[in-house]
Design a protein around this ligand. Structure first.
Ligand code: FA5
Length: 377
């Protein structure tokens, strides 16, 4: 049997056909190829391609048979090739026309089967997501502060040094900037001001006071960035909620009362808390606020003996910095420092979430492992 991989592109002599009775298997092969192709043409574009491939004047299969089989055929074969070609042409033309009518009238069986919908099949189950634990903790905190008259504002994560540092009473070369080393944007040399990823949510204290007159009572949830090396309690991207309350008569007692109320609502009445003197250039006096370590029960000793690695033996974990707004800050926003007073705080949300939900590594918040996230859905 001659090689008929693509027999129509070769002459009969190349195919080794010398006698008329060898032709019938060749034509059978070509016909079954046509049958297969026309049966796959279920729409007009596919029908068009099939038609051109078979009836195309220059390189359609029938034109190839005319050029390669009929014309160069020996006189003995010519008549049989001509008869086979005519028979094939009649079949191709009639089936192509029949398929056209079927497609136009929409009665093509295969196409109908393709479009048919089986209503008894079960639907596609789409997994339902849930809020990330950090988002949930933001919500819990917002609800507590809503209940005592605070509202939420949000601000840009890309900041100018003015809002992130200078207007918060942190001039250039102030040593506090070392603790808040951050990521600067790579800007063209002639850019009007450098830009950085904010190191805390405190710039929104300034932006809020620039826009609003007292009384001001806002919280600011958001992402912040620092060039801190990652470990169990540090990440280079983390979350804070800033708080700011300014009015004519706000005292240190209002401040401690608000913080105590928040912590008891968030952690429950059993948690022990303490204020420690601290320093921030934009609050005076400044404090750090600690809660007793939930991992060692405040003893500083790990369950199996040895120092508790979470609080490093202190029995306390630092939650946030806070204080009474430094009067120097009011100078940057045209508030009358003699008339107004207020307090501000900046909480690390990741650490609040770790403490409340007993999570011992901050990195899990950023790894997006659904097995971890699902525990809080
Ligand atoms: C501040 O960021 C001040 N802006 C807070 C403030 C606001 C003080 C208003 C006074 C008035 P501090 O650098 O301590 O302060 O950060 C606040 C909290 O963010 C920390 O207590 C801690 O909970 C969290 N935090 C700080 N660095 C990281 C870090 N790399 N990864 C995770 N949490 C962090």
């Amino acid at each position: 049997m001659p090689n008929i991989e693509n027999p129509t592109s070769r002459t009969l002599a190349d195919l080794g056909v010398t006698q008329a009775d060898q032709l019938s298997s060749l034509f059978t092969e070509v016909r079954s190829r046509f049958d297969a192709e026309i049966s796959r043409a279920h729409d007009e574009p596919a029908w068009n391609i099939t038609k051109v491939m078979w009836l195309g004047r220059k390189s359609g299969v029938l034109a190839q048979i005319t050029d390669n089989w009929l014309r160069p055929a020996s006189p003995e074969l010519k008549r049989a090739v001509g008869a086979g070609l005519n028979e094939l042409r009649a079949q191709v033309e009639s089936q192509i026309e029949a398929r056209r009518q079927a497609i136009e009238s929409g009665s093509d069986e295969a196409a109908l089967a393709h479009d048919r919908i089986d209503l008894s099949l079960p639907g596609v189950a789409r997994p339902i997501g849930s809020h990330h634990l950090i988002r949930q903790v933001f919500q819990e905190i917002e609800d507590i502060f809503f209940s005592i008259g605070f509202s939420v504002v949000e601000g840009p994560e890309i900041e100018t040094p003015y809002y992130n540092f200078e207007a918060l009473n942190i001039p250039e070369f102030h040593p506090v900037r070392d603790d808040m080393d951050t990521f600067y944007l790579d800007l063209p040399k002639n850019a009007p001001t450098p830009l950085l990823l904010r190191t805390h949510t405190s710039p929104m204290q300034i932006r809020t006071m620039e826009k609003r007159q007292p009384p001001v009572r806002v919280i600011v949830p958001g992402k912040v960035y620092r060039r801190d090396n990652p470990d169990a309690t540090h990440s280079f991207i983390f979350h804070q909620v800033e708080g700011l309350a300014v009015d004519n008569d706000i005292t240190f007692c209002d401040f401690t009362g608000t913080i105590e109320y928040f912590v008891k609502q968030f952690f429950g009445p059993g948690v022990k808390t303490r204020f420690r003197p601290s320093y921030f250039p934009f609050t005076e006096p400044s404090v750090e606020f600690d809660v007793s370590c939930i991992f060692c029960g405040g003893s500083g000793t790990a369950a199996g003996g040895g120092t508790c690695s979470k609080c490093k033996g202190a029995g306390w974990i630092e939650l946030f910095g806070a204080g009474m707004v430094d009067p120097a800050v009011y100078g940057f926003v045209n508030y009358d420092a003699k008339r107004v007073s207020g307090f501000a705080f900046g909480m690390g949300i990741d650490r609040l979430a770790m403490l409340k939900y007993g999570i011992d590594d901050i990195q899990v918040f950023f790894q997006n492992d659904v097995r971890f996230l699902r525990q809080f859905s």
